[in-house]
Design a protein around this ligand. Sequence first.
Ligand code: NAD
Length: 518
Amino acid sequence: MSQRPSTLTPAFLDRLVARVPGTDGRTWKLTEVYTGEVLAELPQSSPTDIAGAFDASREAQKIWGSWPLKRRLAVLKKFHALVLENQMLITDIIQAESGKNRRMAFEESCDVPMGTSHYIKRAPKVLGDKKRPGPVPVLSYSNEVRRPKGVVGIIAPWNFPFATGISDTIPALIAGNGVVVKPDNKTALSPLFGVELLEQAGIPRGLVQMVCGEGPDVGPTFLASADYVMFTGSTATGRIIGELAGQHLIGCCLELGGKNPMVVLPDANIDEAVKGALFGAFGNTGQICMHIERLYIHDSVYEEFRDKFVAATKALRIDATYDFGPEIGSLVSPDHKDRVASHVDDAVAKGAVVLTGGRARPDLGPAFYEPTILEGVTAEMIAGKTETFGPVVGLHRYSTVDEAIALANDTDYGLNASVWGQDVDNAMSVARRIDSGNVNINDILATAYASKGTPSGGLKNSGVGARHGDQGLLKYTDAQNIAVLKKQVMGPQGTQTYDAYAKQTTLSLKLMRKFGIR
Ligand code: NAD
């Protein structure tokens, strides 16, 4: 194992966690995953702290929301540059707190500048007033005006703590909101550093707050205080957040779990599909909401694909080092490793066959688990239907495309899917029949996720709403309809009877349709 990066000094880490309110003195031991050593004592926020954080953000939002968009965007441009200047430090922090390999930590750090850059360019068009015709031609018009919601609450998971904590904060800020972020306790450091960079870039002090604690402790006050909630996490927690949002009559966006399929069509380039499957199944140690847990391969190429995939998986370099060498890192915690292992053990007990992997690697660290390929996974096994969220994938054969589509859709989830075939038109027609919010053709997930101009969200139990695209900015606003009537001409005029007015109205509705006026 290589040394923890020298950038992560106790003084630096203490400075980061000092930002979290915790007036009753409770702390949580945030550890380096590779060693289990404590990195920081993370304050745990009480209900009073949480309500106070929202109040402070609400005060600062009055200033921020009054700034013209151009001035807010100038701050975000500075922030973009600061993230790139500090990219290796961000990578160090993400890696230490999550245990992922350095390549993935670096790629995670790229998500924030990509999203920020997209919205800097797009926001003036999306947030600007839109003038529209009113009901009375010439004499009336309406303005669609976009107003910030107020203070947006962002609840983030541990698998991409910097990306989900900060990338979702950026459009909320651009739209003029204050933000309170609640990260997972395990991975609070990288979003805390993101908040520090936002302040260095020039957001008003207090505008972005962070509170920490176990979800069920934080949730009720958090939801009672927020004007909108952006939640990323499991489907089970998403249901709780949705219920609380309903009680408080606030909007929410829920980005939830998946059990994502990959379909290898008969004409797929097998070498490229194998390379894709390696990332799809094992990237971020299988802890990506959009990663692949079910692989459907056409009969005609099954053996070739399976043999190449198993050989390539055995050759993956798995290690606990802070350099770009390892292709696979650790799982996030020993508890999560036990959960992943329990899915594999259950599958094996019920008849699945392990083609490679299937064991923990305590020699590398307390939460390492080998990339694992299973054959013979059925719906009766936990891994058949439930999201494992680890480096475990099941291989399945199919003989017709209809069968592959039916198998891909045989899930309560609908977050992501991957279709491989050299005839792109054919692959596209397969993609359209898969019930999934994202489908990548000849890629796993990055092409869809990094297309920041297109909304990305889940169908079925994978979510409500979307991030990215114009929708990903507009959801942090309320539409105000400011309508103008230049002269009061509606209703019967002068001595006109209502009969005559009704006839005239019917006629004008007909004519407006005929000439395409309204
Ligand atoms: P989780 O639902 O347990 O926790 C997510 C966050 O919610 C954490 O910050 C947690 O502390 C908080 N939380 C938990 N209970 C809460 C409550 N009652 N009130 C308020 N907050 C609460 O999820 P997890 O295990 O940390 O993350 C993994 C899951 O996230 C997987 O299912 C994965 O697929 C999903 N995920 C989805 C996306 C997406 O964009 N769709 C992205 C990343 C992860």
